[in-house]
Design a protein around this ligand. Structure first.
Ligand code: MG
Length: 163
């Protein structure tokens, strides 16, 4: 039986127009002060969405869209923290546990470094794992591309699982 699995996840969301769709910016389960949030059916937490996709990918369970469809009214403005808990419960049912997660956020703005520790703590809390198993890096893309133009935020996540 396999002892290790690796998974990768990617997500990107566009910033919502603060006039037509004022919403908080939620990243890694943490409210980050910014003049606009991310447009989404759920709370738009691209960090958690990428992490869920990495976890699901590692166990061959497709992706977050299959498990929590954005056409389903139950997930309207969903707290992504709940989706992460449900996703990890599915893994644990199959005897998988997180070894570590490494997450890279691409965002020109806002600056995420001051919130990195809070995000790691919150993700560790949601997964009931120790803080040192979660790492978040943030990079601007030197004003290149859609993240560089501050049109949105993109996130990559890699996880390793064992059992
Ligand atoms: Mg998403």
């Amino acid at each position: 039986m396999d002892a290790l699995r690796i998974g990768h996840g990617y997500d990107a969301h566009r910033f919502a127009d603060p006039k037509n769709d004022p919403r908080p910016l939620i990243m890694g389960g943490v409210h980050i002060p910014h003049h606009c949030g991310l447009a989404a059916h759920s709370d738009g937490d691209a960090v958690i969405h990428a992490l869920c996709d990495a976890l699901l990918g590692a166990i061959g369970e497709t992706d977050i869209g299959q498990h929590f469809p954005d056409t389903d009214q139950r997930f309207r403005n969903a707290d992504s923290g709940d989706l992460l808990k449900q996703t990890y419960a599915l893994l644990q049912d199959r005897d998988w546990a997180l070894v570590n997660a490494d997450i890279t956020v691409l965002a020109q703005a806002p600056k995420l470094a001051p919130h990195r520790n809070a995000m790691c703590h919150r993700l560790a809390e949601l997964l009931a794992v120790s803080r040192d198993r979660i790492n978040i890096k943030a990079s601007t893309t030197e004003k290149m591309g859609f993240t560089g133009r501050e049109e949105g935020i993109a996130v990559h996540a890699v996880v390793l699982l064992n059992r």
